[in-house]
Design a protein around this ligand. Structure first.
Ligand code: COA
Length: 149
């Protein structure tokens, strides 16, 4: 599994993974907006056969921060390290652009994913009530991207 930039040609596949893996609904067009806004922050994980297994979409925020907007790996490719590789590569690319903090929001009740991020250096910073369309709460988590493995 290796990680490379997401291009416009990947969008159909990325959208398919997003629809199959994420609970919220997204427009396909969002990925082109992400690519145009921050090309280096859009990455895909590709297996040895060239198949896109997962993706990460980052966005630059104000004051030296960036966010993980979306991260998903297709079910059949999970637990092979793709999600970790995508996160590490986004941290690296963010640090190369002088970004100090990476933040994200995760469903509070999704203990497996909260634990996934904790193990990868993210700490809970804030609880956001009614963050999701169904009224669910989010945990905002933050990670320093300088000197973090
Ligand atoms: C979270 C996600 C991206 C991890 O991708 P991945 O390629 O399986 O990640 P890795 O192989 O690098 O690591 C697997 C780790 O994820 C954990 N994990 C995360 N979510 C999990 C879930 N729903 N079920 C089981 N394990 C999960 C595993 O326990 C494992 O933990 P460990 O290595 O710390 O022991 C993937 O599970 C996914 O796409 N989930 C659905 C979408 C989602 O929840 N995205 C995050 C939204 S904030």
């Amino acid at each position: 599994m290796f990680v490379r930039h997401m291009t416009a040609a990947d969008i159909d596949r990325v959208y398919e993974i997003a629809c199959g893996s994420l609970e919220e609904t997204y427009l396909r067009e969002i990925f082109l907006l992400f690519i145009n806004a921050w090309p280096a922050g859009q990455l895909v994980a590709v297996n040895a056969f060239g198949n896109v297994a997962g993706f990460i979409s980052g966005a630059k925020l104000a004051s030296g921060k960036a966010s993980v907007q979306l991260l998903a790996v297709e079910q059949r490719y999970r637990r092979m390290g793709a999600g970790s590789r995508l996160l590490e590569e986004l941290k690296f690319r963010a640090s190369m652009e002088g970004i100090c903090i990476l933040q994200l929001e995760v469903r509070e009740e999704n203990a497996d994913v909260v634990s996934f991020y904790r193990k990868r250096g993210f700490l809970p910073a804030e609880r956001l009530e009614s963050f999701y369309n169904n009224g669910g709460c989010a945990l905002r988590m933050m990670c320093s991207v300088r000197g973090n493995s």
